[in-house]
Structure formats: C-alpha cells, structure tokens
Write a protein that binds this ligand. Structure first.
Ligand SMILES: [Zn+2]
Ligand SMILES: [Zn+2]
Length: 136
C-alpha cells in the first residue's frame, strides 16, 4: 500500500503516513473547535514510525494546549496538522483535513458532543451541495 500524502493550505508543509489510521473521530471539544475554527475536528491516530514530515518541518509551530499535549500547525498559513501527547510517544494524532490522498478508513463516532456548538445539529437534514449554496 502506498503512503497517504498530506499538506497544509499554503503547501509549505508536506507529510506522509504509512501503516494506516486508527480511531478516527469527529471531536467537538472546545479545544478542537477553537483550534480549527469549525464545528469539530476530525482526528485519527497514526504510528510515529510511519509518520514523516517530508517538507517544511522548520516552519511548523506548536502550542501546548494542555500539559504535555502539543498541537502542531503551519507557521505560515496556520493549518492544523497533528498533535502529540508526551504520555503516548508512539503515536501522532493527525488532523485528517490535511490529507490529499483518499483513505480506506472511516470515522467511527462524534466525541465530546456535550461540548458541541449550540448551532451544530448532528442529525441535521440540511441540503447537500457540491459547492456553495445557490445564490452565493
Ligand atoms: Zn502552510
Ligand atoms: Zn477535541
């Protein structure tokens, strides 16, 4: 299986993942909402041994959002990339939105739903559009 490829919005950072992704969830916790600026973040574990920053490593910044937990992002465009937990050094928590490759794994749950934004309706029967809504 070829590695999954990912990159940040500006393209300065590129990464690759070998060995697949596990425990993919949509996280609605307040930290993920703020760090992403969206309703939830979609995150999954990858093995550190199969995780490589292939470009732009020097431009990556990190923020310790709770003791021992570091959220890494592109210092140029701000894209969230991955997080590390010093208590779990064998794995990296990848922000799945950075991936450019199609993946075979799928999310399994919505987590921290008691922290979700009041305007986020998990079961909303909202219309689906391929791009912007009509009239925009
Ligand atoms: Zn960037
Ligand atoms: Zn979270």
């Amino acid at each position: 299986m070829s590695p999954y490829l990912g990159s940040c919005l500006c393209g300065a950072v590129a990464l690759e993942v070998e060995g697949g992704i596990t425990s993919i969830i949509h996280c609605h916790c307040s930290k993920c909402r703020k760090a992403s600026g969206t309703a939830f973040a979609t995150n999954g574990f990858v093995q550190r041994s199969g995780f490589r920053i292939t470009q732009g490593e020097a431009g990556i910044r990190r923020f310790e959002s709770s003791p021992g937990r570091y959220r890494h992002f592109c210092g140029q465009c701000g894209s969230p990339l991955y997080s590390e937990n010093s208590a779990d050094p064998g794995r990296v928590r990848l922000r799945l939105g950075v991936l450019d490759s199609d993946i075979s794994e799928r999310p399994m749950s919505h987590n921290f739903v008691t922290s979700k934004a009041c305007w986020e309706d998990l079961d909303a029967q909202l219309p689906r559009y391929e791009a912007y809504e009509p009239g925009r």
